[in-house]
Structures are given as C-alpha cells and as structure tokens.
Design a protein around this ligand. Sequence first.
Ligand SMILES: *[C@@H]1O[C@H](CO)[C@@H](O)[C@H](O)[C@H]1NC(C)=O
Length: 173
Amino acid sequence: MAAIVLFVFVLLATAAHATQSSAPPPSTTHIKLYAHEVVSGRHPTAVTVARAPTTKASKTFFGEVFVMDDILTTAADDTGKPVGRAQGTYCSASRDSFTLLMDVTFVFTAGEFNGSSLGIVGRNDVRADVRELPVVGGTGVFRWARGYAQLSTSKFDLKSGDSTIEYNIFVRH
Ligand SMILES: *[C@@H]1O[C@H](CO)[C@@H](O)[C@H](O)[C@H]1NC(C)=O
C-alpha cells in the first residue's frame, strides 16, 4: 500500500515538474520610446510643485518635487507617433549629486499597447549616460510585468531646459 502511494506521489511530482518545464518562458518585450519634457513656456509638461526652504541654497536642488505628464512618441524628432503619456512625480533626492527618485506610469493610448500601462520606480542619476530603473508592474497586457528601463538623454536644450529622454524598456509579462 505504502509503495503504491509513494509510486503515485512520484508520478504526480514528475508530471508537475514536466508541466512546469514545458511551460513557455515568459515573453520579453523591448519597447523603445521617447519622452518629451517641456519645462519652458506656458504649457510645460513638467512643473515644480514643492521645495524645501533650503532647496534654493542647494546645488543639487535637494528637496524639490516635480509632477510630469510628458508625451511619449516613437521617435526623438517630429516623425515620431504619439503612443501615450509618462505621468508621475520625481524629486531631487540627493544632497551630493543631482539624482532623482522617479515614479512614473507609462499610459498607452495608441498603438500595440493601447489601454495598458507600465509602472517605473527608481533612482535616476541624471549625470550618467545610461540610467537603469526597475519596471515594477503593469496593467492590461503588462499584468505581472517585471523588468527594467534604460534611460538616456537624447536631447537637452540648455537655454530652455526642455529635454527628450530615450527609454529602452525590457519587460517580461
Ligand atoms: C485606444 O483604445 C481606446 C479604447 O479601446 C479606443 O477608444 C481608441 O480608439 C484607441 N486608440 C487608438 C489610437 O487606437
């Protein structure tokens, strides 16, 4: 009796293992997008909403908080198609370097991922050529998403402060 029970148990365990290993690996999707941030003019897409009394004296804007709603397109220049928005907040979170803590939702309103969203949260050392932030989740086709985003500055206008940031997102979902 015990031998039969053991045999059945081993059989079940083997079947479970076989099912697991034959399951397809989670798909990894690479998404390349450009966030267009306008801080100048009458219709900025990123605004300062708060700062500490000591922020003005800080070289790194330590304690300044921004809200963003940047347009996301498929190219750095005017040929890009708008596919959604990058909505979130970021703040200057380092006293020693201009480093941000960002939390942003990529909301897709057109294209392949229309109706879905991705959440990106992490530290952004803006001086680095490539900044890597965790992708912590998503909705729609991105439910259970995990991954990372690599950010690089595609354009920066010293005069206006406007910028275009390239996002290379690698996400499993
Ligand atoms: C995106 O999806 C919404 C809701 O399904 C739909 O109304 C809209 O037309 C779609 N937009 C594009 C550009 O496909």
